[in-house]
Design a protein around this ligand. Structure first.
Ligand code: GUN
Length: 298
């Protein structure tokens, strides 16, 4: 039996339609949500991600600007720019695309962003608030995974979720989100990582298996329980001479084999990717709504 496909493209579209109503309400009050994206250097994946975010902003009526710095930009210059953006009222959200070049400290840069404008949810204040279950903003990719599960009828509540990968971008925050005693969460969560022994033995216990390791096709069919829900966060570029670009995208899951065992599975592309961009839009609108509410209280 072949698994049901969980379409992130379709689910993201539904969320964007809901968001259009909220943006309309903000505009009626004279507020256009604003997002500024900072990119350093010309990493092809970063260029593509940022232009996707910019295009989606425009489609939704969110004002966006992309500020590009050369690869050799200095850390001080970047920190100065972030200080300016923190006080620029035109922008409700600030996103610094990662990874940054090695000579710039990602920690210093992320710590410099005003937590109330941190639409990526990477500032330590926001990481802490997420962990205690009182978030301003949830990080976009793990929040997108939670929405994909809920909106595809695969609630994580009471389920054993096994996450492969412990990154600060995906694995660790997804654990913090799904373990909360809240609707849409309340799962038993296990994290596997490069130090895990007998990973297949653990992944086979998953009702919901999330692959976020960043290696192509490492989740094979023998690692998946019959009837599991499989979410593939991986985006790996592998050479493909038949493509104009010279590469194609594959996930961390061996899709063709795993789809014969799973109950439901996300494709790559068209699964988690469109959700990440959409949750960034959700956070930008939330930032604008929070500022408006604070102004009305003042
Ligand atoms: N690089 C890869 N994913 C992300 C993301 O979600 N946000 C930012 N800022 N950079 C990234």
């Amino acid at each position: 039996m072949s698994a049901e496909l969980i379409s992130g493209t379709r689910i993201a579209e539904g969320i964007r339609q809901e968001l259009a109503g909220r943006i309309g309400q903000l505009k009626a009050k004279g507020v256009t949500p604003g997002l500024v994206m900072v990119r350093v250097g010309e990493d092809p994946a970063s260029v593509s991600y940022v232009s996707g975010k910019s295009k989606t902003s425009a489609e939704l009526g969110i004002y966006s600007e992309t500020q590009v710095y050369p690869e050799n930009a200095g850390e001080k210059e970047l920190l100065g720019r972030i200080a300016e953006l923190n006080s620029n009222l035109r922008f409700h959200g600030i996103l610094v695309q990662l990874p940054l070049p090695n000579h710039i400290s990602e920690d210093k840069v992320l710590n410099a962003i005003d937590p109330l404008k941190d639409v990526d949810g990477f500032h330590p204040v926001n990481v802490g608030r997420m962990l205690i279950g009182e978030p301003y903003f949830l990080p976009c990719t793990p929040h997108g995974v939670q929405e994909l599960l809920m909106r595809s009828g695969n609630s994580p509540e009471g389920k054993h979720v096994v996450i492969c990968g412990r990154s600060n971008l995906v694995g660790k925050p997804l654990m913090a989100i799904l373990v909360q005693k809240k609707a849409g969460a309340n799962a038993t969560v296990t994290i596997c990582h490069t130090g895990t022994k007998n990973m297949a033995q653990i992944t086979r216990q998953a009702d919901i298996l999330v692959a976020a390791m960043g290696s192509p096709k490492v989740i094979t069919a023998d690692m998946v329980k019959e009837g599991a829900v499989v979410i593939d966060v991986g985006v790996n570029r592998i050479p493909d001479a038949t493509k104009k670009t010279g590469f194609r995208l594959v996930g961390d899951v061996d899709f063709d084999a795993v789809k014969e065992k799973a109950k439901a599975i996300t494709p790559v592309p068209g699964g988690v990717g469109p959700m990440t961009v959409t949750m960034l839009m959700v956070n930008t609108v939330r930032a604008a709504e929070m500022r408006l509410a604070a102004q009305r209280q003042a």
